[in-house]
Design a protein around this ligand. Structure first.
Ligand SMILES: [Zn+2]
Ligand SMILES: [Zn+2]
Length: 332
């Protein structure tokens, strides 16, 4: 059986396992190596804390490898933007061509490591503040190789814990007992983290958040506003805007048009007729009898005094007995 394996491949795999030890995973079928996987880091000596980028290299050995090129995939890039990754990929392709006929995995690891060392600064933005990383920024690399300004991560974790506590306080005691304890998680991939929030909090604000030009309403932004305004008007007309003007989180509430009419009737203190499928404008006149805008067209957002879509008064959630109160609050 082992005679069928190319000696060049066995030698290469043995060397990889001897040097990389646990850092390489070789998958075999019937003792034949099929794929090699390893996470490549930049060279920073032994200082793991200074490694801000990494990528997983997967090499699938084709049956005629090394006389044929293996299939190479770069997975789970961390701290690398698309451009850098594309650049590494094209270098890998070139290397595969050059090395046809000889084992290539060590060469690939070396090549990728060099590229990573060159770009060993997180590229892209901090997903919390959306500013980039620049000279002078204090940032943190999580175990999952995601990067955040320390200051931003502190704010995120503090808010996360507060939210957890608030949600917990809403639960009955027996559910609180069963709930999993608070756990810090990465805002990008949700991997568990264990950060010292107090230490993070002492970091200064992101440099760009201070040096960024003050906000000004550019022509581009104005054009965007106009576009969004017409989109919003369209959505309002279709009844697809949840909780306009309401406070509190928008829950997912399914109501029918007749709910609306029922509510309008209730607010005008006439006897509600829940199942009567009244046209909407009747209900409106009932609720706003003293409103000067009597002949406003239903569905036209400009002339309507307030949002009257099917989700109006959503804050009555879970309190069906308070319908009319919710309706009143929404119309005043
Ligand atoms: Zn940030
Ligand atoms: Zn992460």
């Amino acid at each position: 059986m082992s005679a069928a394996i190319d000696e060049r491949v066995t030698d290469e795999v043995e060397a990889l396992e001897a040097i990389l030890l646990d850092d390489v995973v070789v998958k075999r079928e019937d003792d034949v190596p099929k794929s090699i996987e390893t996470v490549v880091h930049p060279s920073t000596g032994d200082d793991v804390d200074q490694q801000f980028v990494c990528v997983t290299l997967e090499v699938k050995l084709t049956s005629k490898y090394p006389d044929n090129s293996p299939e190479v995939t770069l997975r789970n890039p961390r701290g690398l933007d698309d451009e850098t990754l594309a650049n590494i990929n094209s270098q890998v392709k070139k290397k595969l061509k050059e090395c046809l006929g000889q084992p290539v995995v060590f060469e690939l690891i070396e090549l990728i490591r060099e590229s990573l060392t060159e770009s060993n600064l997180p590229s892209g933005q901090c997903v919390i503040c959306l500013y980039g990383f620049t000279e002078g920024d204090i940032f943190i690399k999580t175990q999952c190789y995601h990067h955040f300004h320390s200051h931003c991560l502190a704010s995120h974790l503090i808010a996360g814990k507060k939210y957890y506590q608030e949600e917990m306080d809403k639960l009955p005691n027996w559910q609180q007992m069963q709930a999993p304890p608070y756990q810090q998680t990465c805002p990008v991939c949700r991997c568990p983290m264990a950060c010292d929030v107090e230490a993070l909090k002492r970091a200064p604000l992101p440099v760009q958040s201070i040096t960024a030009k003050p906000f000004s309403l550019t022509a581009e932004l104005k054009a965007l506003q106009t576009k969004m305004a017409s989109l919003l008007a369209h959505q309002i007309a279709k009844g697809g805007v949840v909780g306009m003007g309401d406070t509190g989180p928008p829950p997912l509430t399914i109501t029918s048009p007749s709910d609306n009419d029922e509510e309008s009737n209730a607010t005008s203190s006439t006897a509600p007729e829940p199942t009567k499928p009244e046209p909407r404008h009747n209900g409106q006149n009932g609720a706003h009898g003293n409103h000067s805008n009597e002949n406003s067209t239903p569905g036209s957002p400009q002339t309507r005094p307030a949002y009257r879509g099917p989700y109006r008064g959503f804050n009555r959630r879970g309190k069906p007995g308070r319908r009319s109160r919710g309706g009143q609050a929404a119309t005043r």
